[in-house]
Design a protein around this ligand. Sequence first.
Ligand SMILES: [Zn+2]
Length: 288
Amino acid sequence: MEESLYIVKDAPGKGRGMFATRDIKRGTCIISESPLVYFYNTGPADTIQAVNDMSKKNKKYFLALRNSHPELPQDIGIIKTNALPLGCESLDCAVFRVISRINHSCALNVKHSWNAKLKKETIFATEDIPAGSEIVTDYLSLLMTREERLKRLAASFGFTCQCKYCASESSEEYDAAVNRIKECSDLIASSCAASNPRRSIGYVREVLGLIDKIDGWGKSTFYHDGFQISAMYSNYTLAKEWADLLLESYRIEEGEVGEKYERYLMYSQNPRSHERAGWGGYIDLTGA
Ligand SMILES: [Zn+2]
């Protein structure tokens, strides 16, 4: 049997955590795991029922998880602390025996995603992780300044993040990047709406440069913007270049088994198959 890439053990000051047992290369699937229990967004009675329906063994694992909400009934506190959504926009969620142990860091080194086809949560390394390092992911949208993140983490999970960005009092560069990325996101959309896709692509490139300076931030959202704008304005060679970048990004974050990888493989092979292809007519984006 292949040796596991991780071990769950005490993480000083954070309860338990997941650690790399050997060097892990970027793009490696560290674990894919079925839920201990699902919670569908159908009301509190169903939540209680789902907890009661768990097998004895799963309930034991569930009760051993961290509870950051001692003010709530124990089961609810554990769900609030550990549940992960089943997809980016989903209100359904699940709790996992191992993956729910992964601690937060704003300087994350893995991406967690729900794979609906496999019915498993997958964890892929988004950075090279040296043996012995803690495996960490983000619990929040990272497009927040240091102060916003610290406030949200304290309220939702009851801890103070000690990552290199939060621990340092001088997080000016990080906060400036967050604020500029937010501004650029609006400018990408507004320039495109004003039929100025060359300017939109310029903002996309600016954001990609900012992301390079911060550990752990993914580029998929902005590669997607580059692809969509190029396809909308009928620049199909450029659209393919963006789709290939996006494809590689999804391969690293979710593997070739991921739904997004399959979809963008299709767009990479034929950018004209995107639903907005050619919508804006033709504007030359060469060199933008
Ligand atoms: Zn942090």
